[in-house]
Design a protein around this ligand. Structure first.
Ligand SMILES: NC(=O)c1ccc[n+]([C@@H]2O[C@H](COP(=O)([O-])OP(=O)(O)OC[C@H]3O[C@@H](n4cnc5c(N)ncnc54)[C@H](OP(=O)(O)O)[C@@H]3O)[C@@H](O)[C@H]2O)c1
Length: 248
């Protein structure tokens, strides 16, 4: 992909955490951005902080009309899409038997189906131009079971990594690359949302001092964009965790 100057990126889940940090980093490197999430007030804080051209579109990424509008508005504003950052995601905390079918299905809607369906809609334009990058923000939980009580989350992120792997194979030779970013615990609002958030956030507090910062993750993502290989560990922590837990 080379320089990010004038490249066009869609960043989902740009209202906080890793998505907001990625938006700032990509924009700082010269990319033009379409930002999306639910929280208008938070997007309206992130967007003006981005030095380059950008616009924000509020909506739910699991809504097909929102996904189509996002890609259409990106095309209209910037004339095409170079980088799709599938970052929006949710956690869920609790034992497997306490989790409900509805929780599993809604988690997979956000963590797997939205990225899959956005990629499917973005790819024809990328294929026509013969270039592009699908950047799926997965997790260390997409490679190993990194914690107890996160079965639905780990399953959804393993599915996202598996999808990324298979898509990369299908797209070999087209000029379009796929990368699965696997961060470790990162200090964001992630632990305060999703099913079981109350217990998850008090559990997360015990590890807060060991967490990466979203800015570190974003810097590591940008630094790793040109690396060979599918999996991108944005900081040393997830790489270390992977070598320790890979059998789990
Ligand atoms: N924090 C960690 O420890 C960690 C570790 C590994 C991987 N990750 C992954 O990193 C990604 C970003 O998480 P984060 O840590 O930055 O947490 P975060 O601060 O809670 O950010 C999550 C983002 O996703 C958006 N979002 C959630 N559901 C959405 C929906 N249905 N439609 C549109 N936007 C939606 C949220 O925006 P609104 O609420 O405004 O909609 C928010 O912008 C996630 O995919 C997560 O799984 C996080």
């Amino acid at each position: 992909m080379g320089s990010l100057e004038n490249r066009v990126a869609v960043v989902t889940g740009a209202s906080s955490g890793i998505g907001a940090a990625l938006a700032l980093a990509l924009s700082g490197a010269g990319a033009r951005l379409a930002l999306t999430a639910h929280r208008r007030d938070r997007l309206e804080e992130v967007a003006p902080g981005c030095p380059g051209q950008n616009f924000a579109l509020v909506g739910d990424i699991t809504d097909p009309r929102h996904r189509t509008a996002l890609l259409k508005e990106t095309e209209a504003a910037f004339g095409g899409l170079d980088i799709l950052v599938n970052n929006a995601g949710l956690g869920a905390w609790g034992t497997f038997l306490d989790s409900t079918e509805e929780e599993w299905r809604s988690l997979f809607e956000v963590n797997l189906f939205a990225p899959v369906l956005l990629a499917r809609e973005a790819l024809p334009g990328m294929l026509k131009r013969g270039r592009g990058l699908i950047l799926n923000i997965a997790s260390i939980g997409g490679l190993v079971a990194h914690s107890d009580k996160v079965s639905a989350y780990v399953a959804s992120k393993h599915a996202l990594v598996g999808f990324s792997r298979a898509l990369a194979r299908d797209l070999a030779g087209t000029g379009i690359r796929v990368k699965a970013v696997c961060p470790h615990l990162t200090s964001t609002e992630f632990f305060e949302t999703g099913p079981g958030a109350e217990e998850m956030s008090s559990e997360a507090e015990k590890f807060r001092e060991f967490m990466d910062r979203p800015e570190e993750v974003a810097a590591g993502v940008l630094a790793g964009l040109e690396e060979e290989g599918l999996i991108l560990f944005p900081t040393p922590r997830p790489a270390r965790a992977y070598s320790k837990l890979r059998g789990v």
